[in-house]
Design a protein around this ligand. Structure first.
Ligand SMILES: *[C@@H]1O[C@H](CO)[C@@H](O)[C@H](O)[C@H]1NC(C)=O
Ligand SMILES: *[C@@H]1O[C@H](CO)[C@@H](O)[C@H](O)[C@H]1NC(C)=O
Ligand SMILES: *[C@@H]1O[C@H](CO)[C@@H](O)[C@H](O)[C@H]1NC(C)=O
Ligand SMILES: *[C@@H]1O[C@H](CO)[C@@H](O)[C@H](O)[C@H]1NC(C)=O
Length: 326
């Protein structure tokens, strides 16, 4: 009796909680700040959250890189990692990027309420081997992914996910990828485990075919497109960059998300660099009212020059808002 009453009240309680949250944030009238996002953790370079400057005038996301559904051999590094059919394992630097480090980071910015942490899935390689998307079946992959990721996301108090698969198996067609990822994101949202999601495609035909199909079927599930503009040629000009922006904004139109612009501080990154006109392009997009945010790959590399361009980017986004003193 009690149980069934609790069950029948549950949807009402959830709805009431959701309405209360919406009302509070709308009533407080706080305008959303410009968005800045930064990948962190892929290179085990000892960088930690506290090292990266956070401007109070932006909304700031760390994106942990990566959780991957591959397992490495426990003792023999010459045996290549194996796909696990959606059972995700952590591949970031877990010595510094711990649950308590996330709690401390969020706590530090609690009063300003402008920081979140996301988790990126996939990435280019796992231990030197392509992190190729592999699924034995849609149902099995989604079920394993929801279980394993729910565990990681709740343990670390992570707020959202980013999809960054860059290689796809022969059997993992755009349709299969779209169903696996779309159902995963929808499932994690329904469980209340995540509140936002992004994709991170780049200009490659196979990659665009897979993310394009995901966008057609599940575009409404996504908030941002971290388009990897730094995967274009290193001689990209400002006008070419703006052309690419138009092309990709057209491609990822009509869903729930906006295309963000990004640059790389990784020596392996190309594209239009911050010292070479990236901010001129941003200024033009902002003038057109089309600058939706900036993201950076990656904190691990930016540590070498003391996060110089993270400061420039956040100051640029924050405009007149008071912020860094140095
Ligand atoms: C990270 O720090 C540990 C402990 O201080 C040190 O042993 C290791 O060499 C450092 N790694 C890098 C890549 O700097
Ligand atoms: C692969 O992983 C093993 C075990 O984790 C590690 O010892 C080895 O250095 C890694 N190899 C590469 C190429 O990263
Ligand atoms: C890794 O993926 C790329 C493209 O996605 C492909 O060209 C390359 O052959 C793959 N490498 C291996 C070892 O499979
Ligand atoms: C830019 O670099 C690409 C190769 O990455 C080359 O094909 C192209 O000709 C270059 N363009 C200019 C204008 O130099």
């Amino acid at each position: 009796m009690l149980t069934s009453m609790a069950t029948s009240f549950l949807p009402f309680l959830l709805l009431a909680a959701a309405m209360a949250t919406t009302t509070t944030s709308a009533a407080s009238g706080v305008a959303r700040r410009p968005l800045f996002r930064e990948y962190i953790g892929a290179d085990s370079t000892n960088v930690t959250f506290a090292d990266v400057p956070v401007h109070p005038g932006v909304d700031f996301d760390f994106i942990l890189a990566f959780a991957i559904d591959y397992v490495t051999h426990p003792t023999n590094p010459s045996i290549p990692p194996c796909p696990t059919d959606g059972n995700f394992l952590i591949y970031w630097d877990t010595t510094l990027l711990t649950p308590s480090a996330i709690a401390a980071f969020k706590n530090l910015h609690n009063n300003n309420n402008n920081v979140r942490v996301a988790l990126s899935l996939g990435g280019d390689t796992v231990n030197g081997t392509n992190a190729t998307f592999r699924a034995s079946s849609i149902d099995t992959w989604v079920s394993n992914a929801i279980t394993s990721l729910t565990e990681i996301l709740t343990t670390y108090d992570i707020d959202g996910i980013d999809i960054d698969y860059e290689h796809f198996g022969e059997h993992e067609t755009p349709e299969i990828f779209a169903e696996c990822i779309g159902r995963l994101v929808a499932g994690l949202r329904a469980l209340g485990v995540i509140s936002f999601a992004s994709i991170a495609p780049f200009a490659n035909p196979d990659v665009q075919a897979h993310y394009g199909e995901l966008w057609r079927r599940y575009g409404d599930e996504f908030d941002y497109v971290n388009f990897q503009f730094y995967a274009y040629a290193s001689n990209t000009t400002v006008s070419e960059f703006l052309g690419y922006y138009n092309e990709q904004s057209g491609r990822y139109d009509g869903g729930g998300g906006k295309v963000l612009v990004g640059f790389g501080t990784d020596p392996a990154s190309n594209g239009l660099r911050p010292g070479k006109g990236f901010f001129r392009a941003c200024r033009e997009l902002r003038r057109q009212g089309r600058l939706h945010g900036i993201f950076v790959w990656a904190a691990d590399n930016s540590a070498a020059d003391a996060f110089r361009y993270e400061r420039v980017a956040q100051r640029f986004l924050a405009g007149d808002a008071p912020g860094f003193t140095t």
